[in-house]
Design a protein around this ligand. Structure first.
Ligand code: ADP
Length: 530
């Protein structure tokens, strides 16, 4: 943070000095007020930052997971001790309600505890059992070696939590990290850099602020790219990574369906879906974005959902939590929500509550829409806003078919009183995660992979050991278990008889039935030499 205009604390974050005229202003979307400005980092400065990270990464890798754990837990302490200030900064650049602003630091601390404490176990060398008796002559080892510099590029919806989700596992893996936060909400990421500097940790985390061009420079020079954002930008990043032959993991858009079956606890479903659709003004990658309800309970469910959504308190919070729903991130998001609703209404949809922007700033009323179908943008495109379009379906099969009728496959929810039915529907859905009788639950379970299918992404974050191993190159090492001979049976120059013994043993170990011991077939391999 180079300067603040709203009383936010001056940051001592480590950033690259930009030319004075290239700065990005940060706005509070709830008020329109300028709350800070940050450097628009150039490609040359990104290159320099990555070169410096490379220097320090070697020592970071060398100290090992146990010492890295201590630094990560120091950071966890710092975040917990600074929760209020971090929430202030986050609130200033997002216009979120106070409760939502407190979530990022506390959720982030939970994740730090998980990966800090378990990374040593997850990264330990493995000695897998050989697949065949013949291979038992070798000691097998898998080693996990971090990519030197991981580039993490994040969006604006959770300005502190989003960076932490991926920065922490990458640091725990032994990589250095260059973080490019969204230009809309860069202040919280700079606070993270400030924390890392204040605890005196090794300089293996660098935050570069800027827009798409800064992100593109990170993609051009880092050794692994972890991206969260739009599908359109994700495709560009994937193409750039393919050209450089650099691995990547992308968490992209979503259009998460909720399926409400006739045997569901309708009160719970209505509360859960109202929360899942309206939390953070619907600006969550795994927000509920469309709802399919079995015909027998449709009217009752819609009435309950509408009542719940109507009851939500919306407005601008200060440090005292008062509201459930805050502002949207920026004008362009408001524009998308308004367009989706207008197009649906023009095509025959009905607004049961909400439907328009309200007050000063980027507030949009929590909205329930009915009489919608798959020809409408509110059902087929990602809205990323406070809308819940609801469709009546004949039965479970139609619900599954419509839920799967999307280019996206991030996550889904199913609401039912029947456990077996819940499991069955969950398995039938094309989605990276399905929560039964709950929303967002997978997000609070780092032992599970979080990734999207289809246009929702490539790869996954977390998933226990994979959460740190993804930031590593796996190396396979073999070593003889027995004293070695001058040469192996199968080495050149070939001795056909010895080769046949070797091939015969391999076939005996891998094949089944009589094929294991078919000497005649082996002899035929000798051809004219017989
Ligand atoms: P949104 O428009 O919703 O912010 P984006 O996918 O455009 O979603 O942005 C997500 C993140 O990706 C932001 O940090 C943004 O600056 C960054 N970004 C945008 N374009 C590029 C690009 N071509 N290469 C790398 N990062 C980019």
């Amino acid at each position: 943070m180079t300067k603040t205009e709203s009383g936010q604390p001056e940051s001592t974050a480590k950033t690259v000095d930009p030319p004075a005229d290239s700065e990005i202003r940060v706005l509070n979307p709830a008020t329109g007020e300028v709350v800070g400005s940050v450097p628009d980092t150039t490609a040359e400065q990104v290159v320099a930052a990555i070169a410096e990270l490379r220097e320090h990464q070697r020592a970071w890798q060398a100290i090992g997971a146990d010492e890295r754990k201590e630094w990560l837990l120091e950071l966890q302490d710092w975040i917990i001790d600074n929760t209020e200030v971090l929430a202030d900064v986050l609130q200033s650049e997002t216009g979120k309600p106070r409760v939502d602003s407190l979530i990022d630091p506390i959720f982030g601390s939970d994740l730090i505890g998980y990966y800090a404490r378990r990374a040593a176990k997850f990264l330990a060398d493995e000695h897998p059992a050989p697949h065949s008796p013949l291979a038992r002559v070798k000691r097998l080892t898998t080693v996990f070696e971090p990519y030197p510099v991981v580039g993490v590029i994040t969006p604006w919806n959770f300005p502190l939590a989003m960076p932490l989700l991926d920065v922490i596992p990458a640091l725990a893996a032994g990589a250095a990290v260059i973080l490019k936060p969204s230009e809309v909400t860069p202040l919280s990421a700079l606070e993270l850099a400030r924390g890392w500097a204040e605890i005196g940790a090794p300089p293996v985390l660098s935050v570069v602020t800027g827009a798409g061009a800064t992100g593109a420079a990170v993609v051009e020079h880092a050794d692994y790219i972890q991206f969260t954002g739009s599908t359109a930008t994700g495709r560009r990043i994937a193409a750039a990574c393919a050209t450089r032959m650099v691995p990547y993991s992308l968490e992209l858009g979503g259009k998460d369906p909720a399926i409400v079956l006739a045997d569901a606890d309708l009160d719970r479903a209505a509360h859960g879906i109202a929360f899942g659709g309206m939390f953070n003004s619907g600006q969550v990658c795994i927000s509920v974005e469309r709802v399919y309800v079995e015909a027998p309970v449709y009217d009752e469910f819609v009435a309950k959902l509408t009542a719940n959504v109507k009851a939500l308190r919306q407005g601008r919070d200060d440090r005292t939590p008062r509201n459930d729903v805050g502002a949207m991130a920026n004008e362009s998001q408001v524009g998308i929500v308004a367009r989706h609703i207008d197009e649906a209404v023009a095509a025959g949809a009905k607004v049961l509550t909400g439907g328009k922007r309200t007050g000063v700033g980027t507030f949009f009323e929590p909205t329930v829409l009915v009489d919608v179908d798959h020809s409408m943008s509110c059902i087929s495109e990602e809205t990323f806003g406070p809308t819940l379009p609801v469709m009546k379906v004949a039965d479970e099969a139609e619900a599954i078919r419509l839920a799967n009728d999307s280019v996206y496959g991030l996550s889904a929810t199913v609401w039912t009183g029947d456990k077996a039915r819940g499991e069955r529907v969950a398995r039938a859905l094309n989605a990276g995660a399905v929560n039964i009788n709950d929303v967002f639950a997978n997000l609070f379970n780092f032992a599970l992979p979080m990734g999207g299918w289809g246009d929702s992404g490539v790869g996954a974050r977390w998933g226990g050991p994979n959460g740190v191993r993804k930031y590593c190159r796996a190396k396979a090492i073999t070593a003889p278990m027995l004293p070695t001979q001058e040469r192996e049976l199968t080495w050149m120059p070939y001795d056909l008889n010895k080769i046949l013994i070797g091939l015969g043993a391999m076939r005996a170990a891998g094949a089944r039935g009589m094929r294991r011991i078919d000497i005649g077939a082996l002899l035929r391999l000798k051809g004219d030499n017989r």
